[in-house]
Write a protein that binds this ligand. Sequence first.
Ligand code: FA5
Length: 344
Amino acid sequence: MDLLEVEKLKTQALTDLDLVDSLTKLEEFRVKYFGKKGLVTVVTKDIVSLGADEKKALGRALNEVKSVIQGSMESKKLELEKSIPSQLPEFYKSLPGTRPEIGHLHVITQAIREIVDIFKPLGFTRVRYPEIDWEYFVFEALNIPEEHPARDEWETFFVDISRDEKYGRTVITPHTSSGQVREMLKGNLPIRMLNISRCGRRQADVRHLPTFYQFEGLVVDKGINISHLKGVLNYFVKNFYGPEREIRLRPYDFRFTEPSFEVDVLCSNCLGAGCSLCKEGWMELGGAGVVHPKVLEYGGIDSKEYSGFAFGWGVERTYMMKSGTQIDDIRHLFANDVRFLEQF
Ligand code: FA5
């Protein structure tokens, strides 16, 4: 081995490299010169057996040759990588396309559909009544006369249009109970109504939205009593949350039901321990009770012959109490942050 041979090795390698026109061939080239038995590797090993002076001179020359070849290999690699796209046909017919993202129903729409499906087998039919209505149907016909302090609880938005002689002012319905008397006035008995609609109240915090949904059940028939109400609420809760979830009824005072209750479910966020959402382990889902005879009379129904029960719950609150949702602030539901909504 001498300097001339080292020089020849360089020339041969660069000539070979010139002919390389693909990444596969480049790899073959690397193996030919730098693989275990490659030409450069073998010469490097040979040098070890030479005398000190020769070793020094040839070693330096060989190192230079190696770095020239490796530098050229690197440039060749970049050049080949760049040219690859232009080597491909413009359009692969068989290449799977990128699927456009398809959205899905809003979580509250999904919840509404689930609620409807649970009540349907019991004979409840979904109805809708105006979301902007007379205060007559919102309060008066529900046994809450004008100036009665109970009206304050509904923190109502009033619409700035003139008052009607008979029906009073116009409001954004603060609850779906406004549909009760409207349903009765249709005159179809017995009644099994499920009124799901948007409501509005002057409220906003972790548990309150200015606009939210309620679902209102109303049953009017002969011989209806409180055990039917409890049976229906239990049936709903077991189907919506699962057999292990419990509800509790707290006595309350609604002017349109007697007796009246507020219905709570064990909080899914803290499982009864108490958290910022529920405060004391239970979350209020809504109200319920036996329809007040006066309300039946407003609806043109003979309260001696017929009786009924009603309940009105918030859809968002009810949904939030499903296990695993871990929604600790009701306002997330309508903040329209896609990262949040995508999870459901
Ligand atoms: C009522 O609205 C009664 N109409 C319920 C009723 C119907 C009682 C039939 C008896 C017979 P309440 O104001 O408690 O009751 O509201 C019921 C539920 O609506 C609440 O428990 C809650 O789940 C939901 N809700 C009320 N206000 C808001 C709000 N601002 N944001 C979100 N949900 C709300």
